[in-house]
Design a protein around this ligand. Structure first.
Ligand SMILES: C[S@@+](CC[C@H](N)C(=O)[O-])C[C@H]1O[C@@H](n2cnc3c(N)ncnc32)[C@H](O)[C@@H]1O
Length: 429
């Protein structure tokens, strides 16, 4: 490896540039011509092909199997990490969320590779109280080195900086793959009187009218992810569109929704709003293993005028004993059940078992939504698990829609790793 005063230069082995030239942002260590050792974690690196042609500048990491992550392919952009360029990247990302109609309420502002800032996550929460909170996560060493610059740029993105808090949530295990430590939650900017452990965030409703946001109580310090699963917004919207004509089984009963792995109840609350707008009373059974999530779910679902029963149950063990079947709509959104390649077999089996139980609880004529956020589970494997789960229940399911991560989690055709979230929306005949 060559190291000059300006930049470290890494070269690819001959014929190893095809995927990268096709737009994929990563280079693996075995594709490099020399050893990446001796470079600091996350340092800026210039990548060249075997013939010494410039390819990109980005983050280098000798500790990780993914040695290089592209930030810029523009040879004239000598310092992609400068404050000015970072500001440009954040503004571009903001414009994209604006285009998608997601910039005025809580959304993901930066989604790593898709926003050309590999491993950096910034979620922007709008609060009922008029405050805003940016929650930042650095999954890569390169992103880790950008944090102080991000802090300098953020004030330019909001008109209410004096009412804006910033939290660094580097309490994620994935950092270990990059040689980074798991860190305690760190409030980088406090706002007096704001309790980040229980806030009321404002989320766009999935259906018109859009002028009254859906309010969710959640914990931005210790809640899962950065405090909320923003990626599910468009899937809830698709389910509302495709299954929005569901009716309760009889005129006297309420529409019964089972929300499995509900976290703070966004599916139940959003869909309660949709059905209640049609004059249909809703009863949500919210299931999760986390007691704290269930407390929030109850509050959030009841705020939308639905009845809510919570059950603290391990869905991988306890669903067979769930007393009530015959739900009008069952949503199943478990955590990633495949964490690493070696878990693929047992993980795929867990999806089958769980979905077999979930499908059993849908009444004929009802709706079934099933999600997987395991990037290691392929589309085909997930479809296979759903087919088998339906068949084990002698159930005829017609799939009415398939979802993806929301528009604030943009996708790159050339980066399949970004398409981790799968969602199938079906009608049971
Ligand atoms: C992917 S998140 C669900 C997100 C939620 N549906 C939403 O859209 O906001 C997975 C949820 O499953 C819960 N969970 C994890 N393992 C579980 C288990 N074995 N049984 C029940 N819930 C579990 C977690 O507490 C978390 O709330």
């Amino acid at each position: 490896m060559t190291q000059n005063a300006k930049a470290v230069i890494w070269k690819l082995k001959p014929k190893m540039d095809r995927r990268f030239r096709g737009g994929h942002p990563w280079v693996y260590s075995n594709e490099l011509a020399g050893s990446p050792k001796g470079v600091e974690l996350g340092a800026w690196v210039e990548l060249r092909d075997a013939k010494d042609q410039f390819l990109a500048r980005g983050f280098g990491n000798p500790h990780s199997l993914i040695s290089f992550r592209a930030v810029s392919r523009d040879e004239t952009l000598i310092e992609p990490g400068s404050l000015q360029n970072l500001k440009q990247s954040l503004l571009r990302a903001h414009q994209l969320r604006e285009l998608a109609g997601m910039s005025r309420l809580s959304h993901r502002l930066i989604f790593g590779e898709a926003d050309r800032l590999p491993g950096l996550v910034i979620d922007r929460y709008f609060l009922q109280s008029g405050h805003q909170v940016f929650v930042i996560q650095a999954h890569t060493a390169g992103a880790d080195r950008l944090i102080s610059s991000v802090l300098e740029v953020l004030p330019e993105l909001t008109e209410v900086w004096e009412k804006t808090a910033v939290v660094l949530r580097n309490d994620v295990g994935v950092r270990k793959l990059e040689g980074l430590e798991f860190q305690k939650v760190n409030v980088l900017r406090e706002v007096s009187g704001l309790n980040l452990g229980e806030v009321e965030i404002l989320v766009k409703p999935v259906m018109a009218p859009f002028d009254r946001p859906v309010v969710f109580s959640t914990d931005l310090l210790e809640g899962q992810k950065t405090g909320f699963f923003l990626d599910q917004y468009s899937n809830i919207q698709l389910a509302a569109l495709r299954l929005g004509n569901l009716k309760p089984k009889s005129q006297k009963s309420k529409l019964k929704i089972l929300d499995l792995c509900c976290y703070v109840g966004q599916w139940g609350a959003q869909l309660a709003r949709v059905f209640r707008a049609q004059g249909i009373e809703v009863e949500v059974t919210a299931v999760d293993s986390s007691e704290k999530a269930l407390q929030f779910a109850q509050k959030n679902i009841e705020r939308e005028g639905a009845r809510c029963q919570t059950l603290q149950v391990d869905v991988l063990r306890g669903l067979a004993e769930l007393p009530t079947a015959g739900f009008d709509l069952v949503i199943c959104d478990p955590p990633a059940l495949i964490k690493s390649k070696k878990d693929t077999g047992p993980g795929a089996h867990a999806y089958l078992q769980l979905n077999t139980q979930a499908a059993r609880l849908v009444r004929p004529g009802g709706g079934w939504v099933s999600c997987s956020c395991s990037s290691l589970l392929t589309d085909e494997e997930f479809a296979h698990a759903l087919t088998k789960a339906a068949s084990r229940n002698s159930m005829d399911v017609r799939w009415l829609g398939r979802g993806t991560p929301s528009a604030d989690h943009p996708q790159l055709t050339e980066f399949p790793e970004g398409r981790y979230l799968k969602c199938w929306i079906g009608g049971v005949i």
